[in-house]
Design a protein around this ligand. Structure first.
Ligand SMILES: Cc1cc2nc3c(=O)[nH]c(=O)nc-3n(C[C@H](O)[C@H](O)[C@H](O)COP(=O)(O)OP(=O)(O)OC[C@H]3O[C@@H](n4cnc5c(N)ncnc54)[C@H](O)[C@@H]3O)c2cc1C
Length: 348
């Protein structure tokens, strides 16, 4: 079976690698010159367990289960965070702490309850110390570049996918199936989605140690460590988004035109926001620079960041969820393929 994977982010790399292990002939088309160049290389690098998604059951459960699978398969492409704290602000959260804690507990997630004051955190009702880890993107990039080897066609932007009676053609080359792993930027699934340009900020801190702080739930903010020692990202649900676009191209174009004044304005807003919960932020963190990226989001207020897979003839379209939900995508495609093979055998 010859399968084309379009896009070499976390989703495309994982699916290509898994299907190669099953003996499929794989070609990965990636428009950038390296793997994980788009969202997979520019995000908050959080290996989610579900604590971020009190309002969305599907996302929480996919992350919880995906985390366990991720640790089995790619555990070494992540690292632990000694003090990884989720807090629920008293005034600004959409839910109260006891409801939040109950949802996480009922979802089977492990945590230790902590006093937020112990970490210099203010204006919060309570805190949970959690086991979420950080993703090691450079390590992952090196691993998948080696693993996929000659299956990778870097610098190839796919322009046409055409289905024929016995196969499907990607820029004229014939395949049995195609997996669109472009996070909806080539062609999306049937749900209403939009493309959101994003701004995270990188900071250096010599003295806070291995620490993460996430305020939930709703229009809040977080600090999360990165692979490079002493480096962190600051993210804000309110100030990170830079617009709402119908196509990925428009969203990336918005980033091309982003002025340094806008970045400075946003930086001031984001620092003021985090200072409300972590007043010593400006004493401990020194601004380094921006991180620009694009998110594909499902429309709606219920915070759905789960993964969806659709089959359209010989083309599988993947709308990615969180990074550790890669296994949901590969498992779903395999069962769809299996079901199709069973049907074909029944009519032979
Ligand atoms: C600011 C931000 C913070 C985030 N934080 C987290 C987090 O902490 N934890 C988490 O789990 N998730 C996070 N996410 C979400 C996470 O980044 C995505 O779920 C994940 O990267 C999606 O992976 P992907 O492989 O589907 O997409 P991508 O990484 O975007 O990969 C798609 C690839 O397709 C390629 N491509 C597109 N069109 C074509 C074409 N026509 N031909 C060839 N190649 C093409 C692109 O170049 C790209 O490399 C965050 C996202 C953003 C933007």
């Amino acid at each position: 079976m010859k399968v084309a994977v379009i896009g070499a982010g976390w989703y495309g790399c994982h699916m290509a690698s898994s299907f190669m292990a099953l003996g499929f002939e794989i070609v990965v088309f990636e428009k950038a010159d390296r793997v994980m160049d788009a969202a997979s290389g520019n995000n908050q690098f959080r290996l989610h367990q579900g604590f971020h998604y009190a309002r969305n059951h599907r996302t929480r459960v996919q992350s919880r289960d995906g985390y366990a699978r991720f640790m089995e398969r790619y555990g070494r492409l992540s690292a632990p965070i000694e003090h990884n704290i989720y807090v629920v602000p008293e005034q600004d959260s959409l839910i109260d702490f006891l409801t939040y804690r109950m949802i996480m507990s009922a979802s089977g997630l492990d945590f230790v309850e902590v006093q937020s004051d112990d970490y210099g955190i203010t204006n919060c009702r309570g805190g949970l110390r959690v086991g979420e880890r950080m993703l090691l993107t450079e390590k992952a990039r090196a691993f998948f570049t080696r693993r996929l080897g000659s299956a990778l066609r870097l610098g190839h932007s796919v322009t046409s996918i055409e289905s024929g009676p016995d196969g499907v053609f990607v820029d004229g080359e014939s395949f049995d199936y195609v997996i669109d792993a472009t996070w909806g930027s080539h062609e999306s699934i049937q749900k209403p989605v939009f493309f959101e340009p994003t701004l995270l900020l990188y900071y250096h801190s010599a003295d806070v140690g291995n620490f993460a702080l996430t305020a939930v739930d709703g229009p809040l903010c977080s600090i999360y460590p990165c692979e490079e020692p002493h480096m962190f990202t600051l993210s804000s649900v309110t100030h990170t988004p830079l617009g709402h676009y119908d196509s990925s191209e428009e969203a990336w174009a918005r980033l091309d035109n982003l002025s340094s004044e806008t970045i400075e304005e946003k930086r001031s807003l984001m620092e003021n926001q985090i200072q409300r919960y972590y007043p010593a932020f400006r004493d401990h963190f020194e601004y380094v620079g921006p991180q620009l990226s694009v998110k594909t989001k499902i429309e709606g207020a219920s915070d759905d960041r789960s993964c969806y897979v659709e089959k359209d003839g010989r083309v599988f379209k993947v709308l990615s969820g969180k990074i550790d939900t890669i296994f949901y995508a590969s498992d779903t495609i395999l069962s769809m393929l299996e079901a199709e093979t069973e049907l074909e055998e029944m009519f032979l």
